[in-house]
Design a protein around this ligand. Sequence first.
Ligand SMILES: Cc1cc2nc3c(=O)[nH]c(=O)nc-3n(C[C@H](O)[C@H](O)[C@H](O)COP(=O)(O)O)c2cc1C
Length: 329
Amino acid sequence: MLGIKYPIIQAPMGPFYTTKLAAAVTNAGGLGIVSHTNLFGVDPIADMEKNIKWVKENSKGPFGINIRVARLQIDAPELIKLIIRLRKEDPELKKRLKVVITSAGNPKPPATEFKQKDPPLIHFHVCPTLYHAKKVDDLCDGIIATGYEGGGHQSYEGVNTSVLIPEAVNNCKKPVVACGGFFDGRGLAGALAMGAAGIQMGTRFIATKECEFHENYKNIVVKSNDADTVVTQGMLGPIRLLKNKYTEEHHEILSKGEKISLEKATDLEKLLEDQKKYELVYNGEVEIGPVLCGESCGGVKDIPTVKEVIERTVRDAERIIKGMSSLIA
Ligand SMILES: Cc1cc2nc3c(=O)[nH]c(=O)nc-3n(C[C@H](O)[C@H](O)[C@H](O)COP(=O)(O)O)c2cc1C
């Protein structure tokens, strides 16, 4: 369906950049994804165009982009127009910019747009529960079923991957990509056994040589263990972060029962302040801001190349799957 060698997708990790990472994943036979960025006061539309062109010039093979379609994400409609324009103008992008992963909102308006284009874009939507997966099954071409152990924004319902994947596979017609908590060949073999078409990994790919995240971010992922993350209240809902000074203070605010409301000027100010903290984290200040990270950091213990991560994951999964036939009575 995607024209990739290995069933591995690199998770979108906005508001940070995954441009170099996306090119490396595509070059290694997986599907690289350009993230939806909005840091450093940069125009997100021009930024996306620049990043897409960079991946095109620096890789061979198909790749995709992420658009967060949440109500608050006012740049989403412009990003949709941008993708359609770029594919119209550039025959290479028409062929290689194959996939859009939408998340955090309603995928219906872009789904209709994408289907009308020739060739149609392959549209996956991120679904944290069976309810959401069933809702988009007729609309999208695939489902990224994302369990609660994953890094970054999470659902209020908090369904875990081991329950969500077989449920989505059993109840949906479209291919299901397993996401949240995957970092190795055991995970890939397990996901395939649960009926998934492949896996999507975020945290594992942060700790790679090609990833453009700051060295401090990579190192703290490698040093952290499975119990070192916490789900707290983020801008767009619950969010899984590494425990640090920031999450301690944040928890204190929440424990006072204060709710964030976008109607309140002071809360909006607080959100803008938070936005700056994302930038600090991206620049390496990993103690004082939100460090988005999944429980899978517990299994991430090195910083290899993307190619090594992908080939090791596939090799181990193949060995495990072959070995399992000896379990049959
Ligand atoms: C640093 C970071 C940023 C993320 N930003 C986004 C985003 O912009 N859009 C999105 O759909 N998911 C985002 N996510 C979630 C990932 O796409 C994916 O669901 C998650 O990383 C999967 O869990 P894992 O980290 O255990 O692999 C982010 C995750 C991380 C770790």
